[in-house]
Design a protein around this ligand. Structure first.
Ligand code: PEP
Length: 255
């Protein structure tokens, strides 16, 4: 099955709402509408930028979508500082990243919490981008396939095939994120193929064939083409390179 690639720009904790508007305008201006027939493009700004981006995207009927970098597992209540699925849905978000390695590392998010966040996203009509990937020591010890697969299965625990259909998976080896050390296409393909096999095992080949599996970790316009040539790599989750409008649009056009 031909899966439409997705390029998601994870802005992390960068850009205020004015800078966000300027970047989205630049992407919209430089990426002609015809490209959206070939690739889905989304941006994941900080929470504080989402309303401004919503206004711009709705007002100008832009084809790019947007989402968030995290969400609460709860719908509402006494959870100071958190942002819920219903709030993101109300702002028109399409995607939400869940289980990014920076959340796992700096906020001690474990697989159980990641699973609750995936469920919260799906419950409110958001597509979770479930991030999995091994740290360097696990790769060096040869445990990368088991590690990424276990995170995938734990992140989707208790969900039925119909619920999982709106999920996107992102394989992001921790050692490649923000380091400039991109995985080779064959390394990325090895893990993405193993993730798809694990999905097929659990949910059947038909669903596994539909789901998009992205690669993330130091993706740039210079390396995206070789990555997306891999059978099981359906686009990219892009950090640093998504902050530069020219570079990001070039990258999207090459995906
Ligand atoms: C990320 O933050 O998900 C990421 C892949 O970052 P970078 O592209 O900068 O490695």
């Amino acid at each position: 099955m031909a899966r439409k690639p997705l390029v998601a720009g994870n802005w992390k904790m960068n850009l205020n709402h004015l800078e966000a508007i300027a970047l989205v305008q630049k992407i919209a201006f430089s990426l002609p509408e015809k490209y959206y027939a070939k690739v889905d493009v989304t941006v994941l700004p900080p929470f504080t930028d989402i309303r401004s981006i919503q206004t711009l995207v709705d007002g100008d009927k832009l084809l790019l979508t947007y989402g968030a970098q995290d969400l609460s597992p709860h719908d509402s209540g006494a959870y100071t500082g958190d942002v819920s699925g219903p709030m993101l849905a109300k702002l028109g978000c399409t995607y939400v990243a869940v289980g990014h390695s920076e959340r796992r590392e700096y906020h001690a998010e474990d697989d159980e919490l990641v699973n609750r966040k995936v469920r919260a996203a799906l419950k409110h009509g958001l597509s979770p981008i479930l991030c999995v990937g091994e740290p360097l020591e696990v790769r060096e010890a040869g445990g990368h396939l088991e590690h990424a697969t276990a995170q995938l299965i734990a992140g989707l625990k208790g969900l039925k095939a119909d619920q999982v259909r709106n999920t996107v998976i992102a394989y992001e080896p921790v050692w490649a994120i923000g380091t400039g050390r991109v995985a080779t296409p064959s390394d990325a393909e090895e893990v993405c193929a193993a993730l798809r096999a694990a999905l097929a095992d659990k949910y059947g080949a038909e669903l596994a064939d539909e789901l998009r599996i992205l690669y993330g970790g130091s993706v740039k316009s210079g390396n995206i083409s070789d990555l997306v040539k891999c059978d099981n790599v359906d686009g990219a989750l892009v950090g640093g390179a998504s902050l530069d409008g020219e570079e990001f649009t070039k990258l999207c056009a090459m995906a």
